[in-house]
Design a protein. Structure first.
Lengths: 478, 378
């Protein structure tokens, strides 16, 4: 029915040049997105005293911010698809800045929930998704490295903002600090300015079709319903669930997120219960962050190598297994020296997983479907992220022993890793079979119409195959 | 204790007055000055006596002798009441000058609570901390196992805060290969707290440090707040320490500490082991050191908090600087891009007609579909 399938990537990604400036922009943007909810906790004591509320009410600010950041994913992805990354990141930066500035005038806790939690969280979600999407557009061959470098923003900004916030607090109080922090977050606008738009591949037939469908006059309920469904589909694309690889990835990452954050939250408390003094216990987290900073680009570099790139999903499952084992071994540790070693290994494992978590999704989905996929993944990840630490805390309260927390987190992550490993073997096997079918089909075609073979590298061929499997790609039939 | 002292002084003075009156032959006035019980009783007695005096005066009607008697009576009464008034005023002043220690009025006849502390020293010296809440009668017992050579007698003495206590030197006998020193101390006020040491002939020493429960970690960073705002200054006692009787707040000024009274500007909220001082309508003068004192029976333990009041312009200046920097960076990046794309556009325009550069869409808000076309890289 259709002509020869068009090259889905109608442009060759830059893989360098201005792409590295985009990586810097993404680094800043992602750094603020992940670090801000954590470093705000430095102000909580002061805010709690001035506003006279309990600690759990104050800690809710951070949770609301994280929830808004993850839940805003689909909206952010849809907006990026429409307008491109640059305006969205600049809008996100503006929202974050405004949220902090207005929060500095706050006199009630509800006001802070709204300003920092809702508005700030929305700004951060716009930043996060847009940065990831533009990396997938600018890079292909060097994408794991670019991802590793961009995701390294999170520990870097955490290590920089934490002492800086302390300094601000001592000199300006919490109101002045929030004001200045708002100014700093405006640097996300600078990051956005760096994200030069990449020309989208033009799909005249399908795009025109969509336009005509939307522009038809609104006559009758059925047309309205169709439009509503189509709009909803733009935000949450449930057809992605038909993709085997996507479902496997989703289950694995849900299990990881559930067990990932609790050890961080409780590490210093566990160290104190083992007899370590308070400053040394807090130091453990900084060690972890510091190690994380170097592991993420390093993992990106390894993942980029010829050996690992084709089997990157195995590398991801290895990282999960490593992380889980680390947590399972933690209860055996009693002395401070070994806790430091644990913190180092924890940092390595955590960094590896986070450097790969979005790279693997890009690898599975391809740059066409990635925006929709990442929106869906972030909103689904919202739930394990919010449930994980309280569930772990419940374990601690019931058993009065931290070892069960580590055992639970470790076992959940380990199971997720093993699940991913096994299911990916199956998935690659099935993908191989499908590819062989296609090769045979195109061989038949080539015999009929000789064409010059396209000199594609392996990742490019993979992108093509992935795009060919995209049900929304109307130019091929599966 | 001051009050007891004062009352006893009053009693002594009045007794002396009565004695002089007796010597002067004025028995009636002398009988007036009988003290019954506490100061309150004294006043009543005098009042009674005064009223009796007036009644007596009215009943007596002798001519000139009575008149002279009356004059003498009224003069003596006036003098006495004036003296008594003076004494009471001075007594009351002594009471109010004590700094804040609102200890409950102690029954002078009740014995102090007894407390014993002892320590067996094996080496050269040791320091033991003793936490006291209320006035006690403290018995300190020191035992020393002795050095290499154990002489039968050594001289032991007690010292407080480094200074030897008078008449405390005793000869200590060697009993069961040990030397023992024991002494009872009456710890009734803050002045009695300190470091008490028993010294065995200058060779071994045990220090007992008597103190009220100390405040936990003091925050060394100041609390920062803004002009016109209100701030909450907290103070917290560690959970392991006992609950104080009450909390006081003090403000440091040139001459020491001045107690803060709750009113329109300050409000104090006490909650067992925590206390909060709320200061409204901050001004620049409110900056400085504030002390919270946890009041126990035997003394007050102090915590220190520093308050810094700044104007809103202070954080505003760095904020404006950052804002300007961000605007400059964004403008620079966008202008650079525009100039670069213009160059590419003019270069491309001279080339093949097929090629159109889409990167000229450097504007922020233009939707990409409208200006993008298929680009083929050479």
């Amino acid at each position: 029915m259709s002509p020869a399938p068009a090259d889905p990537l109608e442009y060759k990604p830059l893989d360098g040049g201005w792409g590295w400036m985009v990586v810097i922009g993404a680094h800043i943007s992602i750094g603020f997105a992940y670090a801000t909810p954590k470093v705000l906790s430095i102000f909580f004591n002061e805010i709690q005293q001035d506003l006279g509320s309990s600690f759990s009410e104050i800690a809710l600010i951070s949770s609301i911010m994280l929830a808004a950041m993850y839940a805003g994913g689909p909206v952010s992805s849809a907006m990026v698809n429409r307008f491109g990354s640059r305006p969205i990141v600049m809008l996100g930066g503006l929202l974050c800045g405004v949220s902090m500035i207005t929060a500095s005038f706050g006199t009630s806790i509800i006001y802070l929930y709204f300003c920092i939690g809702v508005i700030g969280g929305c700004g951060l979600s716009l930043n996060l998704n847009a940065s990831l999407i533009i990396i997938s557009k600018y890079f292909l061959k060097r994408r794991p490295l670019a991802n590793g470098l961009a995701m390294a923003g999170s520990p870097v900004f955490l290590c920089v903002l934490a002492p800086f916030n302390q300094y601000l607090l001592v000199n300006f109080g919490w109101r002045g600090s929030l004001l200045i922090l708002g100014g700093l977050m405006l640097h996300c606008c600078v990051a956005g300015a760096l994200m030069r738009p990449v020309p989208l591949p033009c799909k005249p037939p399908s795009y025109a079709l969509e336009k005509t469908v939307e522009e038809q006059p609104n006559s009758g309920n059925t047309k309205l319903k169709k439009r509503f469904v189509k709009n909803a589909k733009k935000f949450l694309d449930f057809s992605l669930f038909k993709d085997r690889g996507f479902v496997i990835y989703l289950i694995g990452s849900i299990m990881f997120i559930f067990g990932a954050y609790a050890p961080i939250v409780f590490l210093s408390a566990y160290a104190k219960s083992q007899g370590v003094e308070e400053y040394s216990a807090a130091y453990l987290l900084s060690i972890m962050g510091f190690v994380d900073m170097f592991v993420r680009p390093g993992t990106g570099l390894i993942a980029n190598s010829k050996l690992v790139r084709p089997r990157i999903q195995y590398f991801f499952s290895f990282a999960l297994v490593f992380n889980g084992t680390c947590h399972l071994l933690c209860p055996l540790i009693k002395s401070y020296a070994f806790l430091v070693v644990y913190a180092v290994f924890f940092g390595i494992g955590f960094g590896m997983v986070f450097a790969l978590i979005f790279e693997c999704l890009m690898d599975l989905m391809g740059s066409q479907r990635f925006p929709r996929a990442v929106g869906l993944v972030t909103i689904i990840e919202c739930f394990p992220m919010l449930l994980g630490p309280p569930a772990a805390g419940l374990l601690v309260d019931v058993y009065h022993d931290y070892k069960y927390l580590f055992l639970m987190c470790g076992s959940v992550i380990l199971t997720g890793g093993l699940f991913l490993f096994v299911m990916n073997i199956y998935n690659y096997h099935m993908l191989d079979k499908e590819r062989q079918k296609q090769v045979r089909a195109s061989e038949v075609e080539m015999k009929l119409t000789p064409q010059a073979g396209t000199g594609q590298t392996e990742p490019e061929a993979k992108e093509r195959n992935v795009a060919l499997r995209d049900p929304e790609n109307t130019e091929t039939t599966d | 204790m001051e009050r007891e002292l004062c009352l006893s002084v009053c009693v002594i003075q009045l007794w002396m007055e009565s004695a002089t009156r007796k010597l002067q032959g004025d028995t009636r006035a002398a009988s007036l000055l009988q003290l019954k019980g506490e100061g309150g009783g004294l006043v009543v007695l005098l009042h009674d006596a005064a009223s009796r005096e007036t009644r007596k005066r009215s009943s007596e009607r002798p001519a000139h002798r009575g008149d002279r008697g009356i004059i003498i009576m009224s003069a003596i009464r006036k003098q006495l009441s004036f003296q008594i008034l003076l004494l009471f005023i001075s007594c009351r002043n002594i009471n109010t000058k004590t700094l804040g220690a609102t200890a409950p009025p102690l029954d002078p006849t009740a014995p102090l609570q007894k407390l014993e502390r002892s320590y067996v020293l094996k080496g050269d010296s040791h320091t033991e901390k003793v936490e006291l809440l209320n006035p006690v009668s403290l018995v300190l017992m020191c035992t020393w196992t002795g050095s290499q050579n154990k002489p039968t007698n050594i001289t032991g003495f007690w010292s407080k805060d480094g200074k030897e206590i008078e008449n405390s030197r005793v000869t200590v006998q060697l009993e069961n290969k040990q030397y023992n020193l024991k002494r009872t101390f009456s710890i009734a006020s803050e002045a009695d707290l300190g470091s008490y040491s028993c010294d065995f002939g200058g060779e071994a020493k045990i220090n007992f440090v008597l103190a009220v429960p100390q405040m936990g970690d003091e925050r060394d960073k100041p609390i920062v707040s803004y002009l016109g705002d209100s701030v909450v200054v907290p103070c917290k006692l560690d959970d392991s320490k006992p609950t104080p009787n009450t909390w006081n707040w003090y403000r440091a000024n040139e001459t020491g500490k001045e107690q803060i009274i709750a009113g329109q500007k300050f409000s104090i909220k006490n909650d067992e082991k925590k206390t909060k001082l709320v200061i409204h309508d901050l001004t620049a003068d409110d900056s400085g050191l504030y002390y919270c004192g946890a009041v126990y029976g035997v003394g007050i333990t102090m915590g220190r908090v520093e308050l810094k009041v700044i104007s809103f312009f202070e954080p505003l200046k760095p904020f404006i600087a950052i804002l300007v920097e961000v605007i400059i960076l964004v403008a620079a990046i966008l202008l650079y891009e525009k100039s670069r794309s213009k160059k590419d556009y003019t270069a491309a325009g001279n080339g093949a007609t097929d090629q159109t550069n889409t990167l000229s869409s450097g504007e922020n808000n233009g939707p990409e579909e409208s200006s993008s076309m298929r680009q083929r890289k050479v």
